[in-house]
Design a protein around this ligand. Structure first.
Ligand code: UDP
Ligand code: MG
Length: 317
Protein backbone atom coordinates (compact mmCIF):
# COMPACT_ATOMS: atom_id res chain seq x y z
CA UNK A 1 0.00 0.00 0.00
CA UNK A 2 1.48 3.35 -1.02
CA UNK A 3 1.30 6.49 1.03
CA UNK A 4 0.18 9.65 -0.75
CA UNK A 5 1.00 12.93 0.98
CA UNK A 6 -1.23 15.78 -0.12
CA UNK A 7 0.50 19.06 0.68
CA UNK A 8 -2.00 21.87 1.19
CA UNK A 9 -0.66 25.39 1.88
CA UNK A 10 -3.27 27.35 3.82
CA UNK A 11 -3.46 31.00 4.69
CA UNK A 12 -6.71 32.10 6.32
CA UNK A 13 -8.63 29.16 4.85
CA UNK A 14 -10.79 28.14 7.82
CA UNK A 15 -13.73 27.36 5.53
CA UNK A 16 -11.85 25.94 2.55
CA UNK A 17 -9.60 23.59 4.57
CA UNK A 18 -12.51 21.62 6.07
CA UNK A 19 -14.44 21.57 2.80
CA UNK A 20 -11.38 20.34 0.95
CA UNK A 21 -10.81 17.52 3.44
CA UNK A 22 -14.46 16.44 3.10
CA UNK A 23 -14.23 16.62 -0.69
CA UNK A 24 -10.98 14.61 -0.76
CA UNK A 25 -12.30 11.89 1.54
CA UNK A 26 -15.44 11.46 -0.51
CA UNK A 27 -13.72 11.61 -3.91
CA UNK A 28 -10.35 9.88 -3.72
CA UNK A 29 -9.79 6.33 -4.74
CA UNK A 30 -8.59 4.41 -1.66
CA UNK A 31 -7.76 1.20 -3.49
CA UNK A 32 -4.06 0.63 -2.90
CA UNK A 33 -3.46 4.09 -1.42
CA UNK A 34 -3.39 5.65 2.05
CA UNK A 35 -3.58 9.41 2.27
CA UNK A 36 -2.00 11.95 4.54
CA UNK A 37 -3.34 15.51 4.23
CA UNK A 38 -0.43 17.68 5.25
CA UNK A 39 -1.78 21.16 5.92
CA UNK A 40 0.99 23.76 5.89
CA UNK A 41 -0.40 26.70 7.79
CA UNK A 42 1.32 29.79 6.48
CA UNK A 43 0.82 32.00 9.54
CA UNK A 44 -2.95 32.30 9.26
CA UNK A 45 -4.46 35.08 11.36
CA UNK A 46 -7.87 33.41 11.59
CA UNK A 47 -8.78 30.08 13.21
CA UNK A 48 -7.60 27.89 10.30
CA UNK A 49 -5.35 25.74 12.50
CA UNK A 50 -8.05 25.21 15.17
CA UNK A 51 -10.53 24.20 12.46
CA UNK A 52 -8.02 21.72 10.96
CA UNK A 53 -7.24 20.26 14.40
CA UNK A 54 -10.93 19.72 15.08
CA UNK A 55 -11.60 17.75 11.88
CA UNK A 56 -12.59 14.12 12.51
CA UNK A 57 -10.27 11.84 10.57
CA UNK A 58 -11.87 9.42 8.17
CA UNK A 59 -10.72 5.87 7.43
CA UNK A 60 -7.65 5.93 5.20
CA UNK A 61 -7.05 9.69 5.55
CA UNK A 62 -4.87 11.10 8.30
CA UNK A 63 -4.24 14.76 8.94
CA UNK A 64 -0.88 16.32 9.75
CA UNK A 65 -0.15 19.98 10.36
CA UNK A 66 2.98 22.01 9.82
CA UNK A 67 2.62 25.47 11.28
CA UNK A 68 5.01 28.13 10.03
CA UNK A 69 5.99 30.88 12.47
CA UNK A 70 4.46 33.64 10.31
CA UNK A 71 3.15 34.32 6.83
CA UNK A 72 5.91 33.56 4.30
CA UNK A 73 3.85 33.35 1.12
CA UNK A 74 2.55 30.43 -0.91
CA UNK A 75 5.84 29.46 -2.56
CA UNK A 76 7.71 29.16 0.75
CA UNK A 77 4.79 27.26 2.33
CA UNK A 78 4.96 24.88 -0.61
CA UNK A 79 8.71 24.36 -0.13
CA UNK A 80 8.15 23.71 3.60
CA UNK A 81 5.49 21.13 2.70
CA UNK A 82 7.82 19.47 0.18
CA UNK A 83 10.56 19.26 2.81
CA UNK A 84 8.22 17.69 5.37
CA UNK A 85 6.33 15.31 3.07
CA UNK A 86 7.41 11.69 3.42
CA UNK A 87 4.88 9.93 1.18
CA UNK A 88 5.77 7.64 -1.72
CA UNK A 89 3.91 10.15 -3.86
CA UNK A 90 3.42 13.83 -3.08
CA UNK A 91 0.63 15.96 -4.50
CA UNK A 92 0.34 19.68 -3.89
CA UNK A 93 -2.97 21.50 -4.14
CA UNK A 94 -4.64 24.73 -2.99
CA UNK A 95 -7.01 24.78 -0.04
CA UNK A 96 -9.68 26.87 -1.73
CA UNK A 97 -11.12 24.01 -3.86
CA UNK A 98 -9.97 25.68 -7.08
CA UNK A 99 -7.98 22.51 -7.76
CA UNK A 100 -10.73 19.89 -8.23
CA UNK A 101 -10.21 16.81 -5.98
CA UNK A 102 -11.37 14.42 -8.74
CA UNK A 103 -8.32 15.45 -10.80
CA UNK A 104 -6.16 13.86 -8.07
CA UNK A 105 -7.57 10.45 -9.04
CA UNK A 106 -6.56 11.10 -12.66
CA UNK A 107 -3.07 12.13 -11.51
CA UNK A 108 -2.73 8.89 -9.58
CA UNK A 109 -3.81 6.89 -12.64
CA UNK A 110 -1.02 8.55 -14.62
CA UNK A 111 1.39 7.75 -11.79
CA UNK A 112 0.34 4.10 -12.01
CA UNK A 113 1.03 4.30 -15.76
CA UNK A 114 4.64 5.13 -14.90
CA UNK A 115 4.74 8.94 -14.93
CA UNK A 116 6.82 10.37 -12.10
CA UNK A 117 5.64 13.94 -12.64
CA UNK A 118 2.04 14.87 -13.40
CA UNK A 119 1.57 18.60 -13.92
CA UNK A 120 -1.84 20.18 -13.59
CA UNK A 121 -2.27 22.56 -16.53
CA UNK A 122 -4.99 25.12 -15.90
CA UNK A 123 -7.48 25.31 -18.68
CA UNK A 124 -8.09 29.05 -18.86
CA UNK A 125 -10.53 28.98 -21.76
CA UNK A 126 -13.45 29.92 -19.52
CA UNK A 127 -11.61 33.02 -18.32
CA UNK A 128 -11.70 34.48 -21.85
CA UNK A 129 -9.43 37.50 -21.94
CA UNK A 130 -9.30 38.27 -18.24
CA UNK A 131 -6.47 40.34 -16.77
CA UNK A 132 -5.02 37.33 -14.92
CA UNK A 133 -5.04 35.13 -18.02
CA UNK A 134 -3.39 37.74 -20.21
CA UNK A 135 -0.68 38.63 -17.70
CA UNK A 136 0.02 34.97 -16.96
CA UNK A 137 0.26 34.10 -20.68
CA UNK A 138 2.59 37.03 -21.35
CA UNK A 139 4.77 36.13 -18.38
CA UNK A 140 5.13 32.50 -19.52
CA UNK A 141 6.09 33.71 -23.02
CA UNK A 142 8.70 36.18 -21.71
CA UNK A 143 10.05 33.57 -19.30
CA UNK A 144 10.33 30.92 -22.02
CA UNK A 145 12.06 33.40 -24.33
CA UNK A 146 14.56 34.46 -21.64
CA UNK A 147 15.37 30.96 -20.43
CA UNK A 148 15.00 28.93 -23.61
CA UNK A 149 12.83 26.46 -21.65
CA UNK A 150 9.22 25.99 -22.69
CA UNK A 151 6.82 26.64 -19.84
CA UNK A 152 3.38 25.44 -20.82
CA UNK A 153 0.74 28.21 -20.53
CA UNK A 154 -1.53 27.41 -17.58
CA UNK A 155 1.24 25.63 -15.61
CA UNK A 156 0.28 25.66 -11.95
CA UNK A 157 1.51 24.30 -8.64
CA UNK A 158 -1.17 21.58 -8.72
CA UNK A 159 1.11 18.61 -9.41
CA UNK A 160 2.06 15.10 -8.49
CA UNK A 161 5.67 14.09 -7.85
CA UNK A 162 7.13 10.68 -7.17
CA UNK A 163 9.32 10.25 -4.09
CA UNK A 164 12.41 10.15 -6.29
CA UNK A 165 11.63 13.43 -8.08
CA UNK A 166 10.72 15.17 -4.83
CA UNK A 167 14.05 14.10 -3.33
CA UNK A 168 15.79 15.61 -6.36
CA UNK A 169 13.91 18.89 -5.91
CA UNK A 170 14.56 18.98 -2.17
CA UNK A 171 18.27 18.59 -2.88
CA UNK A 172 18.29 22.10 -4.38
CA UNK A 173 19.72 24.32 -1.67
CA UNK A 174 18.71 27.58 -3.31
CA UNK A 175 16.71 29.90 -1.12
CA UNK A 176 14.52 30.92 -4.00
CA UNK A 177 13.45 28.09 -6.26
CA UNK A 178 11.02 28.66 -9.13
CA UNK A 179 9.60 25.14 -9.00
CA UNK A 180 7.28 25.67 -11.95
CA UNK A 181 10.30 26.53 -14.08
CA UNK A 182 12.47 23.76 -12.66
CA UNK A 183 9.99 20.96 -13.43
CA UNK A 184 10.37 21.11 -17.25
CA UNK A 185 14.16 20.98 -16.86
CA UNK A 186 14.47 18.14 -14.40
CA UNK A 187 13.74 15.30 -16.82
CA UNK A 188 11.87 12.07 -15.90
CA UNK A 189 8.59 10.94 -17.40
CA UNK A 190 6.22 13.87 -17.16
CA UNK A 191 2.55 14.16 -18.08
CA UNK A 192 0.57 17.38 -18.57
CA UNK A 193 -2.93 16.91 -17.22
CA UNK A 194 -5.36 19.64 -18.24
CA UNK A 195 -8.02 20.62 -15.73
CA UNK A 196 -10.64 23.30 -15.40
CA UNK A 197 -10.27 25.17 -12.12
CA UNK A 198 -13.32 25.82 -9.97
CA UNK A 199 -14.21 29.36 -9.03
CA UNK A 200 -13.08 30.42 -5.59
CA UNK A 201 -16.27 30.21 -3.57
CA UNK A 202 -14.94 31.06 -0.12
CA UNK A 203 -12.58 33.75 1.06
CA UNK A 204 -10.58 35.74 -1.42
CA UNK A 205 -7.47 35.30 -3.55
CA UNK A 206 -4.29 36.10 -1.63
CA UNK A 207 -2.32 36.60 -4.80
CA UNK A 208 -2.35 40.37 -5.14
CA UNK A 209 -0.85 42.06 -8.20
CA UNK A 210 2.20 42.88 -6.06
CA UNK A 211 2.68 39.19 -5.18
CA UNK A 212 2.20 38.16 -8.80
CA UNK A 213 4.83 40.69 -9.91
CA UNK A 214 7.21 39.47 -7.23
CA UNK A 215 6.71 35.82 -8.30
CA UNK A 216 7.37 36.78 -11.92
CA UNK A 217 10.46 38.84 -11.09
CA UNK A 218 11.91 36.08 -8.93
CA UNK A 219 11.08 33.52 -11.62
CA UNK A 220 13.08 35.51 -14.17
CA UNK A 221 16.02 36.13 -11.80
CA UNK A 222 16.05 32.42 -11.01
CA UNK A 223 15.78 31.22 -14.60
CA UNK A 224 17.97 33.50 -16.67
CA UNK A 225 20.86 35.96 -16.66
CA UNK A 226 19.87 37.42 -19.99
CA UNK A 227 18.57 40.67 -18.42
CA UNK A 228 22.15 41.37 -17.31
CA UNK A 229 23.18 41.30 -20.96
CA UNK A 230 20.43 43.77 -21.73
CA UNK A 231 22.69 46.52 -20.33
CA UNK A 232 25.29 45.85 -23.04
CA UNK A 233 22.61 45.76 -25.73
CA UNK A 234 21.18 49.05 -24.48
CA UNK A 235 24.68 50.58 -24.40
CA UNK A 236 25.20 49.57 -28.03
CA UNK A 237 21.80 50.91 -29.08
CA UNK A 238 22.28 54.29 -27.36
CA UNK A 239 25.80 54.57 -28.85
CA UNK A 240 24.29 54.12 -32.32
CA UNK A 241 21.72 56.82 -31.64
CA UNK A 242 24.50 59.11 -30.37
CA UNK A 243 26.53 58.56 -33.57
CA UNK A 244 23.53 59.31 -35.77
CA UNK A 245 22.77 62.43 -33.77
CA UNK A 246 26.41 63.56 -34.06
CA UNK A 247 26.29 63.10 -37.85
CA UNK A 248 23.05 65.07 -38.01
CA UNK A 249 24.64 67.92 -35.98
CA UNK A 250 27.69 68.11 -38.27
CA UNK A 251 25.50 68.00 -41.35
CA UNK A 252 23.28 70.82 -40.06
CA UNK A 253 26.34 72.94 -39.16
CA UNK A 254 27.91 72.72 -42.62
CA UNK A 255 24.94 72.32 -44.92
CA UNK A 256 21.94 73.66 -43.00
CA UNK A 257 21.36 77.13 -41.72
CA UNK A 258 24.30 76.74 -39.32
CA UNK A 259 22.15 76.82 -36.19
CA UNK A 260 22.18 73.55 -34.30
CA UNK A 261 19.02 73.41 -32.14
CA UNK A 262 20.16 72.78 -28.62
CA UNK A 263 18.74 72.94 -25.15
CA UNK A 264 15.56 70.84 -25.37
CA UNK A 265 17.15 67.99 -27.28
CA UNK A 266 20.23 67.90 -25.01
CA UNK A 267 18.13 67.81 -21.86
CA UNK A 268 15.88 65.06 -23.16
CA UNK A 269 18.81 62.97 -24.40
CA UNK A 270 20.68 63.32 -21.12
CA UNK A 271 17.64 62.35 -19.06
CA UNK A 272 16.86 59.45 -21.41
CA UNK A 273 20.40 58.08 -21.21
CA UNK A 274 20.43 58.70 -17.44
CA UNK A 275 17.30 56.63 -16.93
CA UNK A 276 18.69 53.84 -19.12
CA UNK A 277 21.79 53.76 -16.91
CA UNK A 278 19.71 53.62 -13.75
CA UNK A 279 17.59 50.86 -15.28
CA UNK A 280 20.72 48.85 -16.04
CA UNK A 281 22.06 49.42 -12.51
CA UNK A 282 18.66 48.34 -11.16
CA UNK A 283 18.87 45.04 -13.04
CA UNK A 284 22.38 44.42 -11.71
CA UNK A 285 21.11 45.32 -8.21
CA UNK A 286 18.32 42.74 -8.39
CA UNK A 287 20.77 39.97 -9.23
CA UNK A 288 23.20 41.19 -6.60
CA UNK A 289 20.42 41.13 -4.00
CA UNK A 290 19.63 37.53 -4.89
CA UNK A 291 23.30 36.57 -4.67
CA UNK A 292 23.53 38.20 -1.23
CA UNK A 293 20.48 36.32 0.01
CA UNK A 294 21.85 33.01 -1.24
CA UNK A 295 25.30 33.66 0.24
CA UNK A 296 23.86 34.53 3.64
CA UNK A 297 22.17 31.13 3.68
CA UNK A 298 19.53 32.21 6.19
CA UNK A 299 16.74 29.72 6.82
CA UNK A 300 13.90 29.96 4.35
CA UNK A 301 11.26 29.64 7.07
CA UNK A 302 10.80 28.87 10.75
CA UNK A 303 8.45 26.17 12.00
CA UNK A 304 6.20 26.78 14.99
CA UNK A 305 5.01 23.18 15.26
CA UNK A 306 4.85 19.97 13.27
CA UNK A 307 2.24 17.39 14.17
CA UNK A 308 2.37 14.20 12.21
CA UNK A 309 0.16 11.28 13.08
CA UNK A 310 2.53 8.36 13.49
CA UNK A 311 -0.33 5.92 12.92
CA UNK A 312 -0.49 6.90 9.30
CA UNK A 313 3.15 6.00 8.80
CA UNK A 314 2.72 2.51 10.29
CA UNK A 315 -0.50 1.87 8.38
CA UNK A 316 0.94 2.99 5.10
CA UNK A 317 3.97 0.74 5.04
N1 UDP B 1 -1.53 30.74 0.40
C1 UDP B 1 -0.53 30.60 1.34
N2 UDP B 1 0.17 31.72 1.73
C2 UDP B 1 -0.08 32.95 1.20
C3 UDP B 1 -1.08 33.07 0.20
C4 UDP B 1 -1.77 31.93 -0.18
O1 UDP B 1 -0.28 29.51 1.85
O2 UDP B 1 0.57 33.92 1.61
C5 UDP B 1 -2.30 29.53 0.00
C6 UDP B 1 -3.81 29.73 -0.01
O3 UDP B 1 -4.39 29.47 1.25
C7 UDP B 1 -4.25 28.73 -1.08
C8 UDP B 1 -3.08 28.72 -2.05
O4 UDP B 1 -1.96 29.24 -1.34
O5 UDP B 1 -4.43 27.44 -0.54
C9 UDP B 1 -3.34 29.55 -3.30
O6 UDP B 1 -3.66 30.88 -2.92
P1 UDP B 1 -4.82 31.72 -3.63
O7 UDP B 1 -6.02 30.86 -3.83
O8 UDP B 1 -5.03 32.96 -2.85
O9 UDP B 1 -4.15 32.06 -5.04
P2 UDP B 1 -4.89 32.14 -6.47
O10 UDP B 1 -5.66 30.86 -6.64
O11 UDP B 1 -5.75 33.32 -6.42
O12 UDP B 1 -3.75 32.25 -7.44
MG1 MG C 1 -7.01 30.11 -5.39
Amino acid sequence: MEKITIVIPTYNESIGAKLLYDALTSTLNTEGFKYECLFVDDGSEDDTIEVINSIDEKEGFTISTLELSKNYGHQVALRAGYHAADGDVVICMDADLQHPPEVVNKMLEKYKDGYEIVCGIRNDAHLEQSFKKRTSESFYKVWSWLTGVRLEPGSSDFRLLSRRVLDEINAYQEKYLFIRGLIPQIGYQSYSLHYTPNDREYGESKYSIRKMLSLSKNGILWGSIKPLRLASILAFATAMVAVLFGLYTIFTYFFGDGVVPGWASIVSIISFVGSLQLFAIGIVGEYLGQVLQEVRGRPLYHVRSFNRKMMSLIDAK
